[in-house]
Design a protein around this ligand. Structure first.
Ligand SMILES: Cc1ncc(COP(=O)(O)O)c(C=O)c1O
Length: 401
């Protein structure tokens, strides 16, 4: 008998270990649109509290219709990259709308926000420069910076989470660097915490640094009309560079963008590798995203409803005796501790027809595994109350309350 090749056998051992430790991720298959409730294969109707569909636009008729019309007008594919085979006019339209929404002079779309984040430091920096990142930034930012270091030989560093003193000291230590880039999440996805934008801007201005805010969990969510972290703090137009996704509140399909000056967007068009060597955003997705922006601009009550729902759910979880992290965003993590325990809670909640994902190491630090609830504007009070009843039952079963 021949022994399995080393790669296959190594992977098989690791996968077996994930299963034995109770940290194996099992995929759940959904047969209906993302909405407050979904049809899950083998489970029937399930309340989904684990989706980034913050405004419920995944299933909004206007958003779906816009995608269908674009399929008819532009066909199924982009067929290659923009500068080689042409840019669809819908790309120009959605980029104008996204710039308007986030309050930057221009914007440039990518096939994902991962790509948008990856494009920034790898394209804009040189070996004369420095990039600093919040310790709890999203994986796409972390990997972008690792790549930038390898490609450009820029200096890199991490400042402690939301620690302006540490950022100030690290920028002071890098005063000889030509360009200093500071990157932060607007809303930290595993905590639901909001970046201290006024503080960050003050420190960045003091040191002549450029501030980049990844608003993936803030676009459509924060601020009275959903324009993001800047609107939340009354500072629209003041952030140098904003990145965000189209894969969450803005229709939820896929795609991302950089909102910045004309020069930054033009330079990324000329030189960024995810733009030059990868297909453009599909026209259908661009059209749905454009319809999402238009919808958001004319329905601020959706954003208000999202905020009300999040406040209600957080308060009622606390009333049950659970300990959600405090905050104002619709990301509501309940810390459980060990990864296997968080995964177990998630399984038990699914048995009660409530879909909430458990997150553990290495996504979050050891010992801080959690189930992370994400509330949507389209959850009704009945949806939320039914989910709370499930939390109460499972919480008691696990001895958490
Ligand atoms: C903060 C943040 N940035 C970037 C991304 C990546 O977005 P996309 O799915 O568009 O690549 C995510 C997705 O989870 C995110 O939470």
């Amino acid at each position: 008998m021949t022994s399995p090749p080393p790669l296959e056998s190594r992977l098989a051992t690791s996968l077996e270990q994930f299963r034995a430790e109770g940290v194996y991720k099992r995929l759940n298959f959904i047969e209906s649109p993302q909405n407050a409730r979904v049809k899950m294969e083998g489970r029937g109707e399930v309340i989904i509290l684990s989706s980034n569909n913050y405004l419920g636009l995944c299933a909004e008729p206007e958003v779906i219709e816009a995608g269908k019309a674009a399929l008819d007008q532009y066909g199924a594919g982009t067929a290659s990259v923009r500068f080689i085979c042409g840019t669809f006019t819908i790309h120009r339209e959605v980029e104008a709308a996204l710039a308007r929404l986030v309050g930057t002079p221009a914007s440039l779309t990518f096939a994902s926000c991962w790509n948008a984040n990856e494009a920034l430091p790898t394209t804009l920096l040189t070996d004369q420069d420095l990039v600093l990142s919040d310790r709890l930034n999203h994986a796409s930012i972390i990997d972008a910076i690792r790549l930038a270091k390898a490609i450009t030989k820029c200096q890199t560093g991490i400042y402690e989470h939301k620690d302006l003193g540490d950022l100030d000291a690290k920028l002071a230590a890098g005063k000889d660097r030509q360009v200093k880039l500071v990157i932060t999440d607007g809303v930290f996805s595993m905590e639901g915490a909001i970046a201290d934008l006024p503080g960050l801007l003050e420190v960045c201005r003091k040191h002549g640094a450029v501030l980049v805010v990844d608003d993936s969990h803030a676009t459509g969510v924060l601020g009275p009309t959903g324009r993001g972290t800047a609107e939340h703090f009354g500072m629209v137009g003041q952030v140098d560079i904003i990145t965000s996704t189209l894969g969450k509140a803005l229709g939820g399909a896929a795609g991302g963008f950089v909102g910045a000056s004309e020069a930054v967007c033009d330079y990324l068009t000329q030189r960024s590798r995810p733009q030059l060597f990868s297909n453009a955003l599909p026209a259908t997705v661009a059209a749905s995203a454009l319809a999402s922006v238009t919808y958001l601009e004319s329905h601020p009550e959706r954003v208000a409803r999202l905020r009300d729902n999040a406040r209600y759910f957080r308060r009622r979880l606390t009333d049950l005796g659970l300990k959600p992290l405090a905050g104002e965003t619709p990301i509501i993590p309940v810390i459980i501790g060990e990864t296997a325990a968080a995964m177990r809670m998630s399984e038990l909640l699914l048995d009660e027809h409530v879909f909430v994902t458990g997150f553990g190491y290495p996504v979050v630090p050891q010992g801080t595994a959690r189930v992370r609830c994400q509330i949507s504007a389209v959850h009704s009070r009945e949806d939320l109350d039914q989910a709370l009843a499930a939390f109460s039952k499972v919480g008691r079963k696990l001895g958490l309350i």
